[in-house]
Design a protein. Structure first.
Length: 218
């Protein structure tokens, strides 16, 4: 059974370690924002020239971001962090109440992690935006994979404003930062425009305060 902590009972603010450019840090931040939980973001750049500080490996032994801490309880892996945030703090709930809904949410998140993130963020957006001489074959392959991801996401999307219907869930919060990177480039925007249901969903989620407040300022 989940143990929920009322806002009046919170002893300390949760701490999130990571960089504001990170897709996965943003996913966790959006969950905190949606729950109305105040938190501290401790900047941690894993790509810094001096490398990952030794102290951080106590929080994440693999040196990735984000890591999370709340009243001495430490977590890493974004999916574990966001589920804790949802279950430990007051409503609104970010997971479906029924088993099939939770399974579909987990399926969408897993698909995005396994097949969407690398292709959309690194192979397309980062390659196009940050490389002096982008690898066009890598971008083309990433776009092909992204098309499959968007096709499947369209098929899985339920009727209603959000991916699982009328309830905003962790699936929406997971997908939004990935799509946000993807549409930074023209190829991403053009491809998304071909998937009207997902394009319209992205327009809605991008208007939420949780999305706006976590957007990295260039």
């Amino acid at each position: 059974m989940a143990i929920r902590i009322g806002r009046g009972q919170q002893m300390t603010k949760p701490i999130l370690y990571g960089a504001d450019y990170s897709v996965y840090v943003r996913i966790a931040r959006m969950a905190l924002e949606e729950k109305g939980v105040g938190y501290e973001l401790v900047p941690l750049d894993i790509f810094a020239a001096e490398g990952i500080p030794a102290w951080y490996l106590e929080h994440h032994p693999f040196g990735r971001i984000p890591a999370f801490e709340h009243d001495g309880f430490r977590l890493f892996e974004t999916n574990a962090v966001t589920r804790y945030i949802d279950e430990a703090f007051d409503s609104p709930p970010l997971q479906p109440a029924d088993a099939r809904g939770r399974a579909r949410m987990t399926q969408i998140i897993g698909m995005l992690d396994a097949y969407g993130y690398r292709a959309m963020v690194w192979d397309v957006a980062v390659e196009r935006l940050e490389k002096a001489e982008p690898d066009e074959s890598l971008i083309a392959a990433g776009l092909k994979q992204a098309e499959t991801v968007l096709t499947v996401l369209t098929a899985l999307k339920a009727q209603g404003p959000w991916l699982l219907g009328n309830q905003l869930t962790l699936a929406d919060l997971h997908a939004a930062p990935i799509l946000a990177y993807f549409v930074k480039v023209a190829e991403g925007r053009d491809l998304l425009a071909r998937f009207a249901d997902i394009r319209d969903w992205y327009t809605r989620v991008a208007e939420r305060q949780s999305f706006v407040r976590t957007e990295k300022i260039a």
